[in-house]
Structures are given as structure tokens and as C-alpha cells.
Design a protein around this ligand. Structure first.
Ligand code: CP3
Length: 423
């Protein structure tokens, strides 16, 4: 059995870039399962409609305008992080932005969410998606540069300075307060969740079209799923091998996966180059899959994407909702941190992962509407479940919803900041 001490002595420090920034940031240290002075905290959707400061900006700009204007996206990102006093800033962007350079038009319809005008249903449509225009997303990186410049450590000789390679060693904190460096989180969607928006044309309840495309992709092998061998050879160039071509659209899913991996890797690389310390991969709707289907159709492409992002030298947080039964398979992607939803107690979920990975979570976002005492008890329960073990980042189990009282979010931050040191 692995003890807490053994786990703590074996942090995932195979990230040269991350290791350089770890000393000064309790958030990055926790991603790497290094000891921290206290549990780091940030919130999914911390810049959003619950926050008056965001709504003031939204009054004058559409969601996409904010995303595509680096000055405004940076301002929204910074304002949310500073207003809440959290340990990480997630860049203001949206999961669907890569659709535009891929040639897929979409819009956000008020009160309905995203709407893709011509959903992908055939292999020909998947094949027509572009992978060569990812530079059109550089506005996100420009925003990250501005956020990184804003939060850059003052050169006091204690904190590492981004991109200089200074202070590459990972060790104990160098002075009091030296872990206060905010982490900057870049993000992208996971192949399954992005494909689901492309195929369904928007949010979905049953993912019927997505699953139809998945199931048509190839006959089930003895291992329970289709072969995704083309990834190993560096991508698909044409149709599926004829042995698999039993369905007219059998190549649609693997082509879609392949194109998404290409675009998302380039997009993540731009974000890391611009100063993102960590990349979060959102697989928000993967809980719609059974463990068998996850392994058959989503695990291989997700593992490929996460491996490529980790090769950029940053830790990866892999997040999904309703994933209790998927966690052991999600662990196999090689992600450094798994985001947990609130349906499984944190200690139980972490145990099923043998504590071999950091975890992020997992307060029910609707707890933020509860009376102070109830909220306080739920936060305390999560801290107790984490038991000071290195590698816990406090967060919600999913995003802050509109109408959430800002005071409740601030109460949680205060409680975490006052919590006993995690060592
Ligand atoms: O601080 C932050 O986290 C905000 C940055 C952010 C947005 N979208 C801005 C946004 C992030 C990290 C996202 C990711 C995102 N986008 C996800 C994954 C996160 C999750 O919740 O699981 C998903 C599934 C999307 C797709 C998306 N964007 C949907 C389904 C919707 C409509 C639903 C809703 O909440 O209204 C959006 C719109 C959206 N993206 C909003 C924001 C702040 C709200 C709409 C607005 O401001 O007009």
C-alpha cells in the first residue's frame, strides 16, 4: 500500500517548465503533488454571469467579442481572480472557439447556449474540417500574455521568472509568502466533448447522433473497441482501412478525433508559449459514456491529446462531470490532475485512483446558495477528505452558475485561506 509520505516523496516533477515555476506557486506545486503551505483554490467559471464586474463588461460586448479582444479577455480574467483572491486565473475564452478556424460556424443563442449551424454528420464533412488555420486563435494567446505580464513575479530573487529558466529546481518554499504566485490556466476541450458539440449542433441530453457516429466507426475488436492505430502513425490521411469499412460513415469518428487532436495540440502549444502554466482539458460531458464506450471510443484520442500537451512541459488537468465510474480509465490518459465532480466523496474518488494523481474539486456549485453554516460544513468536509495530502486543489465539482451570491464564493476563499497548512 502506498502511504501519504511515499506519495509525497514521489511528485510528478517530469515537467521542466512547470518545475521552474513551482517554487513560487502553491497551485502549480499542488498540480505536481508537492507539499504546499495551504490548499490552493480557484473556481470553474470564476469569471461569469454571477459576477457584477463581468456583467458590466457583458453589457457592452457579446461573449465572442470579449473572447476575441485580448485587452477585454485579459481584463475579465484578471478582475475575477483578484476580486476573489484565488490562486489561479483561468483565461477567459470558450471551448468552442477552435470551431471557427476549423470551418464550422457557430453562435451563442441567448438562454440556449451554443448553436452550430451545420452539424457534422458524415465522413465527408469531417474530412472537410480545416486543421491549418489554428493561428487564427492567437488572440487567446495575446490575452494570456497580458494576464501573465500582469501577474509576473516581481524580481526579488526568490521567485522564478517565467521563461528565463531561472530557479529550475523544485524544493521547499524559499520564504514566507513565496507560494503566492498565481497560476495561469489555459484550456481547451477534450475530443469527445468538442465532437459532441460539432455533431449534435449544441447541448444535448442523450447524445444520440454522437453515439451513432462513434458506434459506426469500426467493428468492435476482441478488446471491445475499434483500433485507433492511425494515431500511432502520426495521423489519418484518408479512409479507414477497408477491413473496418463496414459502415458508410465508419471513418467519420476517427477523422474527427484526429483533426481535433491536431488543432487542440497547436492551440494548447500557443497558450503555453504565451505563458499558460497549466492546461485544463474540459471533457464536461464525457459522463454520458459507459466505461466500456469511454475505453472504446474516447480514451485513446484523449490520451494522445494529453500526452502531446504534457510534452509541451506543463501539467494537464483533465476534468469531466458525472465521471465516478470513469475515473480509473481517465487516470490512464496520463493527466497530472483529475477534476472531480461532487457526486463522489473526494476521499473515496482519490482512493480509487490509488492517490497516484492530483485531484481538483469537488464542492457542489449549488452549495453556494446554502446558509453560511451549511456551506462552511461542506467545505470543511472536503478539506478533511483531502486530509492535507499533497496534490489537492480546492474547486467546485462544476462551474459557478448565474445568480450565485458572490459573498458565498468569497466565504469559501476565506475559509480555505484560513485552513491549516497542508503538508
Ligand atoms: O472563468 C471562466 O471559467 C470563464 C471562461 C469560460 C467560458 N466558457 C466563458 C463562457 C470557460 C472555461 C468556458 C468553457 C466552456 N464552454 C465549457 C466547459 C466548462 C463547463 O462548464 O463544463 C463548456 C461546456 C462551454 C460551452 C458553453 N459556453 C456553453 C454550454 C455555454 C452556454 C451555457 C451557459 O453557461 O450559459 C457557454 C457560454 C459561456 N461561455 C458563458 C461564459 C461566461 C456564459 C454566457 C455569457 O456570458 O453570455
Amino acid at each position: 500500500m502506498t502511504t501519504v509520505a511515499q506519495t509525497a516523496n514521489k511528485p510528478a516533477v517530469d515537467h521542466p517548465t512547470a518545475a521552474a515555476g513551482a517554487n513560487g506557486s502553491r497551485f502549480i506545486r499542488a498540480c505536481l503533488r508537492l507539499p504546499v503551505d495551504r490548499t490552493p483554490v480557484w473556481f470553474l467559471r470564476q469569471a461569469g454571469r454571477y459576477m457584477p464586474e463581468y456583467m458590466a463588461v457583458r453589457k457592452h460586448h457579446s461573449l465572442l467579442e470579449i473572447c476575441r479582444t485580448p485587452d477585454i479577455a485579459a481584463e475579465v480574467t484578471i478582475t475575477a481572480a483578484e476580486r476573489l483572491g484565488v490562486d489561479a486565473a483561468i483565461i477567459f475564452a470558450d471551448l468552442l472557439l477552435p470551431f471557427t478556424p476549423m470551418g464550422l460556424d457557430f453562435e451563442f443563442v441567448a438562454n440556449e447556449g451554443p448553436c452550430v449551424h451545420s452539424p457534422i454528420r458524415t465522413a465527408a464533412q469531417a474530412r472537410a474540417l480545416r486543421t491549418d488555420r489554428t493561428d487564427e486563435l492567437l488572440y487567446v494567446s495575446r490575452a494570456i500574455e497580458k494576464v501573465a505580464a500582469h501577474f509576473a513575479p516581481k524580481g526579488n530573487g526568490l521567485n522564478p521568472v517565467k521563461g528565463t529558466g531561472f530557479s529550475p529546481s523544485v524544493g521547499p518554499p524559499t520564504s514566507e509568502g513565496a507560494q503566492d504566485q498565481l497560476g495561469i490556466i489555459g484550456f481547451c476541450g477534450a475530443p469527445f466533448t468538442l465532437a459532441s458539440y460539432m455533431i449534435e449542433g449544441g447541448s444535448s441530453r442523450n447524445y444520440i447522433e454522437t453515439k451513432k457516429m462513434m458506434y459506426a466507426s469500426a467493428p468492435v475488436t476482441e478488446l471491445g473497441g475499434p483500433s485507433f492505430a492511425p494515431y500511432a502513425k502520426g495521423g489519418l490521411s484518408g479512409d479507414r482501412p477497408t477491413a473496418f469499412a463496414t459502415h458508410p460513415e465508419s471513418s467519420a469518428w476517427p477523422i474527427l478525433m484526429d483533426k481535433l487532436i491536431t488543432v487542440l495540440t497547436d492551440y494548447a502549444a500557443q497558450q503555453v508559449e504565451a505563458g499558460a502554466d497549466v492546461i485544463q482539458v474540459f471533457d464536461s460531458w464525457v459522463g454520458a459514456l459507459s466505461p466500456t464506450d469511454y475505453r472504446a471510443y474516447a480514451l485513446t484520442p484523449t490520451t494522445e491529446l494529453i500526452g502531446r500537451i504534457r510534452n509541451l512541459g506543463v501539467p494537464v488537468i483533465y476534468f469531466g462531470v458525472d465521471t465516478a465510474s470513469l475515473l480509473p480509465a481517465m487516470r490512464e490518459t496520463g493527466a497530472d490532475v483529475l477534476g472531480l465532480d461532487w457526486r463522489t466523496p473526494l476521499d473515496q474518488a482519490w482512493r480509487t485512483l490509488n492517490h497516484s494523481v492530483a485531484v481538483q474539486g469537488n464542492l457542489d456549485p449549488i452549495t453556494l446558495f446554502a446558509p453560511e453554516k451549511v456551506l462552511e460544513a461542506r467545505v470543511a468536509e472536503i478539506l478533511a477528505a483531502a486530509a492535507g495530502r499533497p496534490g489537492h486543489i480546492f474547486n467546485l465539482g462544476h462551474g459557478i452558475v448565474p445568480t450565485t451570491p458572490v459573498d458565498a464564493v468569497l466565504q469559501v476563499v476565506r475559509q480555505i485561506r484560513n485552513s491549516a497548512s497542508a503538508t
